[in-house]
Design a protein around this ligand. Structure first.
Ligand code: ZN
Length: 368
């Protein structure tokens, strides 16, 4: 039963990683790739020793006996994936980054040190997203396994650099979890670590893994189907926060720009004027803001360029409240991509047909 599901997931993931474009340093445009082409099947990415080391570290989790194993996570989408993976087991999950805060600039409070210290496994997104939290973990949590999910699944050849995450800054775009397809790689690592912590719950964890993988694959298919209904010329993304680079790469969108500068401050008047020109020139049909980063600037750009402004995307702030069925990674992806496809003139029926509630209970602690 188990192998039947795992093999295809590993295969499609390997194909996808070989096809990621990465390396867009020249400007703010992320080129989409045809990542399932036959050539790419024969084009494995260059081995990356740092990625291999990160993946090996994630495998260091050991069985915990005599007490409940403890996992600490950072951003809410990852907290939810981990919590659903261990649903029905005694493994405890504590998130650290409060929802609605800027995860890119988040500094953990000193009280987080003791939470990290008690953890058996600490899952972070990695790829430079949570450096202050990692630093605190490395200083205080000497006996915890620190697993950087994004760093462990993406070799450097697949990193995407762009407008907000330029190559000379050294940190790639970290938003891997906005690609349902790449999340399959996160799920493999989370499953293995959870099963290592609590081998007696292996069957429960495997059953949860199958449900989670299936919703990720269903979302992947639905995004493909729904995106295909958008006129190709309209598949252009101008977002406030630059969170959709890996999404765009997989599903054939062009990231025309991200408004929020690398410093996470407001753009200058000159930058705004340039963006308005760009929106007009590229024929962008909608610009997207987010509830986490409310932006009068984006509204102004939409108004002056005469295009629709949609302000409801979120990259790491889940819908609803902890305990609500829609407070999940899958519901967030479904909602974001319905919003995106509809605003760009497509038909989001395939996404609307997805049931994001997969019947697993999330008992993680989410700081608010
Ligand atoms: Zn972000």
């Amino acid at each position: 039963m188990r192998r039947r599901f795992i093999a295809p997931i590993a295969l499609v993931l390997a194909v996808s990683l070989a096809g990621c474009s990465g390396g867009n340093s020249a400007d703010n445009v992320v080129q989409p790739t045809d990542d399932l082409s036959q050539e790419n099947l024969n084009d494995p990415s260059t081995p990356d020793p740092d990625q291999e080391a990160a993946a090996a570290t994630c495998k260091e989790a050991k069985e915990v006996s005599g007490r409940a194993p403890r996992i600490v996570t950072t951003v809410a989408p990852i907290t939810n994936l981990v919590a659903l993976m261990v649903s029905g087991t005694s493994i405890e999950v504590d998130g650290i980054v409060p929802e609605g805060t800027n995860s890119h600039t988040f500094e953990p409070p000193p009280s987080a040190a003791s939470v990290l210290e008690r953890a058996d496994v600490i899952f972070v997104n990695g790829l430079g997203l949570e450096d202050p939290t990692l630093e605190l973990a490395r200083a205080n949590a000497k006996n915890s396994v620190v697993c950087e999910l994004g760093t462990a699944i993406l070799p450097k050849g697949s990193w995407i650099f762009d407008f907000s995450f330029p190559m000379d800054g050294g940190k790639p775009n970290p938003h891997v979890w906005t690609s349902p397809f790449l999340v399959l790689g996160y799920l493999n690592i989370i499953r293995d670590a959870a099963a290592a912590l609590d081998p007696s719950s292996m069957e429960i964890i495997d059953a949860n893994y199958i449900k989670l993988s299936r919703i990720a694959m269903d979302l992947d298919e639905a995004v493909k189907t729904a995106s295909a209904t958008i006129a190709p010329a309209n598949r252009k993304l101008l977002t406030y926060h630059d969170a959709y680079a890996y999404f765009a790469d997989r599903y054939g969108y062009e990231v025309v720009g991200a408004i929020q500068p690398q410093s996470f401050e407001e753009p200058s008047p000159k930058e705004i004027a340039n963006l308005i020109d760009q929106v007009k020139k590229e024929g962008v049909v909608a610009v997207f803001g987010s509830e986490v980063f409310p932006s009068p600037v984006l509204e102004q750009i939409g108004k002056e360029a005469g295009v629709r402004y949609v302000d409801t995307l979120r990259d790491d702030d889940l819908l609803g409240k902890p305990g609500d069925p829609e407070h999940s990674w899958a519901a967030l992806m479904r909602s974001n991509y319905i919003t995106m496809v509809t605003a760009l003139g497509g038909d989001a029926a395939a996404l609307k047909a997805i049931k994001s509630d997969i019947g697993l209970v999330d008992k993680a602690f989410y700081p608010q």
